[in-house]
Design a protein. Structure first.
Length: 60
């Protein structure tokens, strides 16, 4: 998954970069929408950053 973290630490504009199982894409986007990050800083000021994070689903 690729998305931006805004100045408040919220994920924005999630995008599926690759997927071994496209059916899980919606679930990955829904999960990321609930995450909260520590706001990214540059020179002590909040900034927007682009990140790429693997999301792995396992069936047990």
């Amino acid at each position: 998954m690729e998305f931006y973290i805004d100045e408040a630490g919220h994920p924005e504009l999630p995008r599926i970069v690759s997927s071994s199982e496209p059916a899980f894409g919606y679930s990955a986007v829904q999960a990321i929408a609930q995450w909260i990050f520590e706001p990214p800083l540059k020179d002590g000021q909040p900034v927007v950053v682009k990140v790429r994070v693997p999301v792995v689903f396992k069936h047990e």
